[in-house]
Ligand binder design. Structure first.
Ligand code: CA
Length: 548
């Protein structure tokens, strides 16, 4: 009879089988879960991307599956697809623009109807906010369709802006993915008045400046271009510094041989955009502009602590997390040399991570934050950020809620060898309270979680543990890739039992940390919600859901 036990039970089903009467299907790990709808999948793709692949699939395989999901969205509702892409992009909810640019490019192809294609092309300036985005879009679209009139007009329209702004784009964002402004202008042929400054800027981009005048041009829109041309020919640090200070020349316009001088970086710091600042902290420290107590450090700290500027620059928290991880180590991943990290900068990055999410008020609820620390969570990179695996990323995400709420418990769960005969070697089966707290610095939190032993996956463990320990929780948050397989009971069934036995109408929020289609959240249970890991909108959505 043992083999008949639980086969048809809707109360307790092993995760290796679907719950009878539901729409569950197999995940990649030998377990059964629900599949999220294509709109949730689209959000997962736009926000998490699929760089680095996963434990179960290569980056190419994941990318193909996500592309197919985007195509299904386009077929179901093209305008909604384009709106979603624009919304995620404009709100700065994703760490990288690349998935949005890819999806937007797809929306200009035969996979979309003509009206959707027009909307996608009209949305070009909203998603491609800087030259680099336009180049990335061009690289995607180039492989998907021809350069017909609609596409060429849309690119031409992108260049129909203030001549000084076009010049700035050309000086700061010179090329990417094999595309440059010259390539695009030659394809798109934007029309400008022959005698206008705009036409002069177009001409300079496509043909260059044959003889650079010794004097500053009268036409204001050409001054940045002139300064760049002078910088190429500069012979002293003083000359470069003067050009940077007088014409707000960006770092990209300074020839590399001058970028080893502290004076040059000191001048650049005045107008450095927030994202560039975060990316160049190591260099600023290496050349000595940022040093303990220095004037440069004070200016850097003032910027990093400016929440308004952080949000206005759409700095994504994961970019800050990545920068924190690299900066504190004092050595670069890709030959950026070595530096001595300044402690105040490390602390400011820690604070900037939370600030980048914006503020959400405490809900007063009891939260159980459960991190899937199984083996598969160590694979892949969220938003293509080196060092930020789903496992590490989920710890950082949990800190955002823990820092806000007074009543929270953080646990990690892994199934150890599980029921499949020692498939996993290490790991303590069950659930362990993790000694991490938002009062610790994020890099320490991430290290502590990274060092936990890994095992198999059983996403029902948080609910079973809370039931056994009589832990009262209003909200279970499970941070996972949803590749659960090891338990004797499905997570949703465990939650139902928890509700019954504890008399608490507990909710479940699944924070999906991978752009796959799986979820442990029952779509027919209004007390369960899917959000996307590292969506900057997630903390507010989670708080609203918890409050009811
Ligand atoms: Ca796993």
């Amino acid at each position: 009879m043992a083999y008949l036990k639980n086969v048809l039970s809707r109360k307790q089903t092993p995760q290796s089988q679907p719950i009878p009467g539901t729409a569950q299907g197999p995940n990649s790990a030998g377990g059964y879960t629900w599949h999220v709808d294509d709109w949730t999948r689209l959000n997962r793709f736009l926000i998490l991307g699929c760089e680095g692949g996963s434990y179960y699939a290569s980056a190419q395989k994941l990318a193909l599956e996500n592309a197919q999901a985007v195509i299904r969205c386009l077929a179901a509702d093209g305008p909604r697809t384009v709106r979603t892409v624009v919304e995620v992009s404009e709100a700065g909810r994703a760490p990288k623009q690349d998935p949005a640019l890819f999806a937007l490019a797809l929306a200009t192809t035969d996979h979309a109807d003509p009206a959707t294609r027009r909307e996608a092309l009209a949305a070009l300036p909203r998603v491609c906010r800087i030259g680099t985005h336009l180049f990335q879009f061009a690289a995607h679209v180039d492989g998907m369709r021809g350069w017909g009139r609609g596409l060429r007009s849309a690119v031409a329209a992108w260049y129909a802006r203030e001549p000084g702004e076009v010049a700035f784009q050309a000086v700061k964002y010179q090329q990417r993915d094999g595309w440059s402004h010259r390539d695009l202008l030659r394809l798109a042929h934007p029309q400008a008045d022959p005698d206008s400054s705009l036409q002069t800027v177009y001409h300079w981009i496509t043909r260059g400046w044959e003889t650079v005048p010794a004097e500053l041009p009268a036409d204001a829109s050409l001054r940045l271009v002139w300064a760049w041309e002078r910088a190429k020919r500069a012979e002293s640090v003083a000359e470069i510094v003067a050009l940077v200070r007088e014409h707000r020349l960006p770092r990209e316009a300074v020839p590399t041989q001058w970028l080893t001088h502290a004076e040059v970086w000191d001048a650049l710091l005045d107008d450095m955009p927030m994202m560039a600042l975060i990316r160049n902290l190591a260099t600023l420290t290496r050349v000595g502009v940022v040093a303990p107590g220095s004037d440069g450090t004070h200016r850097v700290l003032a910027q990093l602590r400016d929440e308004k500027r952080l949000r206005a620059a759409r700095v994504h928290p994961i970019v800050v997390l990545g920068a924190l991880g690299t900066y504190r180590q004092g050595r670069g991943v890709r030959g950026q040399g070595v530096w001595t990290p300044v402690q105040a900068v490390v602390d400011a990055l820690d604070a900037a991570f939370y600030a980048a999410f914006g503020s959400v008020e405490s809900t007063g609820k009891r939260w159980l934050l459960a991190l899937d620390v199984s083996g598969s969570m160590g694979c892949g990179q969220i938003g293509g950020m080196p060092g930020v695996s789903p496992r590490v990323g989920s710890a950082a995400m949990a800190m955002v809620t823990a820092r806000r709420e007074a009543d929270y418990t953080i646990v990690g769960f892994t199934s150890g060898s599980g029921g499949l005969g020692g498939r996993w070697g290490g790991g303590t089966p069950g659930l362990t309270p993790i000694p991490i707290s938002p009062r610790q610095r994020l890099d320490d939190v991430v290290q502590a979680v990274g060092a936990l032993p890994m095992g198999g996956t059983d996403c029902a463990l948080p609910m079973l543990w809370a039931m056994q320990q009589r832990v009262a929780a209003d909200v279970f948050v499970v941070y996972t890739d949803n590749e659960t397989w090891a338990g004797d009971i499905h997570p949703m069934q465990a939650l139902r039992e928890y509700r019954d036995r504890m008399g608490i109408p507990a909710k479940l929020i699944v924070v999906g940390m991978l752009a796959n289609p799986f979820t442990i959240a029952d779509p027919n249970d209004a007390g369960m919600l899917d959000v996307v890991g590292f969506d900057t909108a997630a903390p507010a959505v989670m708080a609203d859901f918890a409050k009811g």
